[in-house]
Design a protein around this ligand. Structure first.
Ligand code: AFP
Length: 322
């Protein structure tokens, strides 16, 4: 079976990009190890500090963030990084060709209950003459991404990756310490009967979203004419991995609790990288009104409403909103 670096050398003609993706994989192996230690190393629980989002950080959020920030800063190819856990972008190497954005540990509320979490990453070309600490350099639409992926820390540790020519999955062989190619050109089924949404927010949604979900729940006798199943893991990486594996639709829609926050999920390091993977696998990604990767970002921590997964189901949601 093909090791990740060998795969990259065969599929990617840019040595610096190969270095960045390989370094992400090496660091995520360290994160996987820290997660496995958990309570044994006294690293569960709260870090007793808040991040720029106003969210209480877990100890492992901080550990994962620092591991990624330090390892990428040492790589000549990286001009700067932006993280969910960093208030501002961090300059790395002034001649680096790439900017790396990441959510170091997505699904943090699952850490202390030993449920799946993940690392999400997005890679952008550094604009000519830009500085790694310059937020404007990062504010590129999702369709400008050079590569995107995630590492899922579940029963297996799996990297899902795209460099713009299909979606590939690699499973970590812990004996060898190598990510090995498992699946090539992953495709999302166009139709689905499985949805993922946090139903407790139902009263805050737009009427159109309330109507769509009501119709999902009506099943075979409703307007959608089939019985749907529901899943909610509270970790986007797990939901998207399930959809890339067997289809489905994931929704974290706009809600009216805080109109200044059009959704909970962050555009730059959650929605955009997941959208690149999903669209490369034949799925669709929308705010329910516009394509996510067409959005011109205004800030690296901006939030967005997210509907993504099986293409036919995303189109149905958009029809409810038009
Ligand atoms: P945390 O990282 O704070 O746990 O949030 C995870 C997440 O951003 C995304 O991964 C989940 O799909 C979503 O939030 C879960 O949100 P709820 O906790 O509101 O269900």
């Amino acid at each position: 079976m093909l090791r990740l670096r060998t795969f990259l050398q065969q599929h990617c003609d840019n040595a610096e990009l190969i270095d960045v993706i390989d370094q992400l994989a090496v660091t995520c192996k360290d994160i996987a190890h820290q997660l496995t230690l958990g309570d044994l190393a006294g690293i569960l629980g709260s870090a007793e500090q808040e991040n720029v989002q106003g969210e209480c950080q877990k100890k492992l959020d901080v550990i994962a963030n620092d591991l990624l920030k330090d390892s990428l800063a040492a790589l000549p190819a990286v001009r700067g990084i932006a993280s969910e856990e960093e208030p501002d972008p961090v300059a790395c190497n002034k001649n680096g060709a790439y900017l790396v954005l990441f959510d170091p540990l997505d699904g943090s509320s699952n850490i202390d209950i030993n449920v799946t979490v993940g690392t999400i990453f997005s890679i952008l070309a550094a604009p000519e003459g830009s500085h790694g600490s310059d937020e404007a350099a990062y504010l590129q639409p999702g369709n400008q991404q050079v590569a995107a992926g995630y590492v899922l820390y579940g029963p297996s540790t799996i990297m899902m990756l795209t460099t713009g020519n299909g979606v590939y999955s690699f499973t970590l062989d812990t004996r060898m310490g190598e990510f090995l190619l498992m699946k090539e050109n992953i495709q999302v089924p166009a139709a689905t009967a499985e949805f993922a949404i946090n139903m407790s927010n139902q009263r805050f949604w737009l009427p159109e979203m309330q109507q769509y979900v009501d119709d999902l729940l009506k099943g075979e006798t409703g307007p959608l004419g089939k019985r749907y199943n529901m899943r909610w893991v509270a970790a986007m990486v797990a939901e998207i991995h399930r959809i890339l594996t067997r289809g489905g639709i994931f929704l974290y829609p706009f809600d009216n609790r805080d109109p200044a926050k059009p959704g909970k999920l962050r555009l730059m390091y959650e929605a955009n990288p997941m959208s690149m993977l999903m669209e490369q696998a034949g799925g669709r990604c929308s705010t329910a009104s516009e394509a996510i990767m067409a959005i011109q970002p205004q800030g690296i921590h901006q939030r967005v409403s997210v509907v993504m997964g099986s293409a036919e189901e995303v189109s149905i949601v958009e029809q409810y909103h038009h």
